[in-house]
Write a protein that binds this ligand. Structure first.
Ligand code: PLP
Length: 346
């Protein structure tokens, strides 16, 4: 099977497994796991923030950020198709007790004017705007890069109204690899950031949140409240360190493979690539084949390629460390075969 469902499927490398085995560990709730301490220090440095916290997942990192930034009854501004709004089981309502106000972006990027217009005034009828979230790269926009200039303009508005900005940067290193901008060129325009080490970077588990020291101190308490205070967690921080320090540059291979895949698919009749393919995600519209997304995914599975539905007529294909160019070529052949069958040429 060629698995293009998600970059979360990557398995830890041999180096990661060895690092886990050899990790020096202690009780992290006591602050005594040297491997975690080193990872948090290194992550803060790389992301250009005062401090960092190792958390179990991207979702936990985002939720801790919302909990730490906001009070119950606040309103948060976020993109209409953002992961925090779309894919986190309503956690911001269930846990932080905040309401969401969504803003439709273009290719994942929100217009700073729309954000400014949505910020609440003093009137007693209104909730307070507690947080602005930016997602970069934007998952449902097909891995689109939100340019630093857009982040800067949003951050300028946020600072004018004294509202913190959190970046859901689950795939922020993909934005770095795609544009050649440094990571700090992105993270300078936010107060806090979450990055996933377990997606394209290949770690088995773990995310980082980074921000000011006092924020991270409060975030640590929220992590504990959520049951995320772990013990000899150096066992997973060690492979996470390999992900953070050695795997970021290789993301360009995934991007090259995604672009190659998209270029091949563009030659196929009745099948349309609908995203800009900035990074490692290709989204195709399969409705021209008279199939819905679920039927396409099933038919492709029978030909040895796994993909996921991305709505009724869209299918997402994601490249990652465990698929190489030959796998992509095979996937293209499988899709070609499927398209030809639908065109009734067989
Ligand atoms: C994957 C993802 C997350 C969540 O990460 P998990 O580790 O799966 O909880 C958050 N935000 C974005 C944009 C993502 O793509």
């Amino acid at each position: 099977m060629i698995d293009l469902r998600s970059d979360t499927l990557t398995k830890p490398t041999e180096e990661m497994r060895k690092a886990a085995y050899a990790a020096d560990v202690g009780d992290d709730v006591y602050g005594e796991d040297p491997t975690v301490n080193l990872l948090e220090k290194k992550a803060a440095e790389i992301l250009g923030k005062e401090a960092a916290l190792f958390v179990t997942s991207g979702t936990q990192g985002n939720q801790i950020a919302v909990l730490t930034h906001c009070q119950p009854g606040n309103e948060i501004l976020l993109e209409a198709e953002s992961h925090i709004f779309f894919y986190e089981s309503g956690a911001v309502a269930a846990l932080a007790g905040v309401q969401t106000r969504t803003i439709s972006g273009e290719n994942g990027a929100m217009n700073p004017l729309h954000i400014e217009a949505a910020i609440r005034g003093e009137d007693q009828h209104f909730p307070e705007t507690g947080l602005i979230c930016i997602e970069n790269t934007h998952n449902r926009a097909g891995g689109a890069v939100v340019p630093p200039s857009n982040m800067r303009d949003i951050y300028t508005v946020a600072q004018k109204y004294n509202i913190p900005v959190h970046v859901d940067g689950a795939r922020l290193f993909n934005a770095v690899a795609s544009t050649g901008h440094s990571i700090k060129e992105f993270t300078q325009y936010c107060d806090t950031v979450q990055i996933c080490l377990s997606k394209g970077l290949g770690a088995p588990v773990g995310s980082i949140i980074a921000g000011p020291k006092d924020f991270i101190k409060k975030a640590r308490k929220w992590r504990k409240r959520l049951g995320g205070g772990l013990r000899q967690v150096g066992i997973i921080a060690a492979p996470a360190m390999v992900a953070l320090t050695k795997m970021t540059e290789r993301l360009t291979e995934d991007h090259d493979n995604a672009r190659f895949l998209a270029e091949c698919l563009k030659n196929f009749e009745r099948l349309e690539v609908v995203n800009s393919v900035d990074t490692n995600i290709v989204v195709i519209d399969v409705s021209g084949l008279n199939l819905n997304a679920g039927e396409f995914v099933e038919a492709l599975k029978e030909k040895g390629v796994l993909s996921v539905t991305f709505g009724d007529i869209l299918v997402r294909l994601t490249t990652h460390y465990d698929v190489n160019r030959r796998d992509i070529q095979k996937a293209v052949s499988a899709i070609h075969e499927l398209v030809n069958e639908r065109n009734g040429r067989y």
